[in-house]
Ligand binder design. Structure first.
Ligand SMILES: [Zn+2]
Length: 108
């Protein structure tokens, strides 16, 4: 029985834009500040939604109507902040740009 030659499994690596070492460091340096804000907003959003859901349990639907949209809005805010400027070099970015045109840092 003849075994076919083992064909090497070609794994197509994602073509991610390469950052220079300096850009990468700059990105990491700026990240905690941005991420901290995002985390705070997300927690606040979840907390507000939780208050709203509590309104369903307790029958206070006005709470739900007020806090759930507010919580969703707050947790959505960081996305707007993020798309405003580059996370690495802080140059203004278009909301649709996934990669900074100035320094090439990918926006998360
Ligand atoms: Zn940049």
């Amino acid at each position: 029985m003849t075994e076919p030659a083992t064909s090497p499994t070609v794994l197509k690596a994602r073509k991610a834009p390469r950052m220079t070492y300096k850009q990468e460091i700059q990105t990491i340096k700026n990240l905690p500040r941005v991420q901290r804000l995002i985390v705070i907003m997300k927690i606040a959003g979840v907390f507000l939604v939780a208050i709203g859901l509590e309104g369903i349990v307790t029958g206070q639907y006005l709470y739900t109507l007020f806090f759930v949209p507010l919580g969703v809005f707050v947790s959505m805010l960081p996305i707007r902040i993020r798309t405003g400027v580059c996370i690495a070099c802080r140059s203004p970015l278009d909301s649709r740009q996934a990669i900074c045109p100035r320094c090439g840092a990918p926006q998360m």
